[in-house]
Design a protein around this ligand. Structure first.
Ligand code: HEC
Ligand code: HEC
Length: 276
């Protein structure tokens, strides 16, 4: 009994403490925006009763308030910014201040995030966290080089931020097969059509096969880097077959593997890569 009471008090203490922090600091309050489905559901209910009248049933715009699912935020796109807009309103416009509870506002932000999880990736991530994912849990560096560090199976990403739009980066990570990267120009092609980073399967004369990307290829030979990173210089006359398939050797990173928040951080890291 006493033990149970102590637990209750300890929990209450924590709740009070976190509320105080949240009040003191909107950033800290917004930190607790989550992707838990119960919270998102609660946020959806709150949205429909307080906001839909202007922003439409599913936040897609309702005539009196803008679409909130486009991923573009006039008043700032971080969790803390959106929290602030909802709490304080936008003075001089129809967007009212709200006296919702902190937890309710967080639930609404979680709900809004859930509507366009990938578009959230544009312009709101933390590049420092993104770098940690790139070289850590994401394992991207196993195949990609950034300013001299990393693997070489995939393209060098040292200046990918200067050459690619955020939406392309999102697609490259979520669905690598959709648009394959073009590599260096094929030196043997008169029209200078670049080689694509497609998947190449070579069958050797003895029946063994190698899978990888072509780092170079002409009528007589192919330079194949296998998935282990070893480069094989092969003469085509020694091979059983060479097959190109229009799919990526990069594994897709669906939301179950890389959450919306992590994707946003990664993309903002990649967007900042602008030179060797
Ligand atoms: C009376 C109509 C009205 C209601 C009710 C209303 N809004 Fe708005 N909201 C607006 C208008 C109009 C704007 C655009 C303000 C501007 O011109 O920047 C806006 C802007 C916003 C923005 C900023 C979008 C951006 O691009 O940065 C957010 C976020 C937002 N509303 C969320 C909410 C939420 C959540 C609720 C419910 C708790 C709510 N609004 C209720 C009318 C409304
Ligand atoms: C097993 C190796 C491998 C891993 C791991 C890998 N990639 Fe890739 N990646 C590739 C290959 C091969 C390509 C080129 C083919 C294609 O377009 O998908 C590529 C292409 C890309 C491109 C497109 C570059 C351009 O300019 O077109 C981006 C961006 C990218 N990867 C980012 C990432 C990120 C971020 C991660 C980690 C979350 C990652 N990759 C993990 C192999 C890999």
């Amino acid at each position: 009994m006493i033990r149970a009471l102590v637990c209750v008090f300890a929990t209450l203490g924590c709740v009070v403490f976190s509320c105080e922090r949240a009040y003191a600091h909107e950033g800290a309050a917004a930190d607790q925006v989550t992707s838990q489905s119960a919270t998102i559901q609660q946020g959806g209910l709150l949205f429909r009763s307080n906001c839909s009248i202007c922003h439409g049933a599913n936040a897609r715009g309702g005539g009196k308030g803008p679409d909130l699912t486009t991923g573009r935020w006039v008043h700032g796109g971080s969790d803390a910014d959106i929290f602030h807009t909802i709490a304080q309103g936008v003075p001089g416009t129809a967007m009212p201040a709200n006296d919702l509870e902190e937890a309710e506002i967080r639930a609404i932000v979680s709900y809004l995030r859930s509507l366009a999880p990938d578009r959230h990736a544009v312009g709101s991530g933390d590049p420092v966290k993104g770098a940690r994912i790139f070289f850590g849990s994401g394992g991207c560096n196993a195949c990609h080089m950034v300013t001299g560090k990393g693997g070489v199976l995939g393209p060098d990403l040292s200046d990918v931020g200067a050459s690619r739009a955020a939406s392309y980066l999102v697609e490259s990570i979520r669905e690598p097969d959709k648009e394959l990267t073009e590599g260096m120009a094929d030196p043997n092609d008169l029209y200078n059509v670049p080689l694509r980073y497609d998947t190449v399967t070579v069958i050797l004369a003895d029946g063994r096969s190698l899978v990888g990307v072509a780092k170079n290829e002409d009528t007589f030979s192919i330079q194949l880097m296998d998935t282990g990173g070893t480069v094989h210089l092969l003469l085509k006359r020694d091979l059983e077959s060479v097959r190109h398939e229009p799919r990526s050797l990069m594994p897709p990173y669906p939301p179950s593997r890389l959450g919306a928040r992590d994707l946003a951080d990664l993309v903002s890291y990649l967007e900042g890569l602008r030179g060797r």
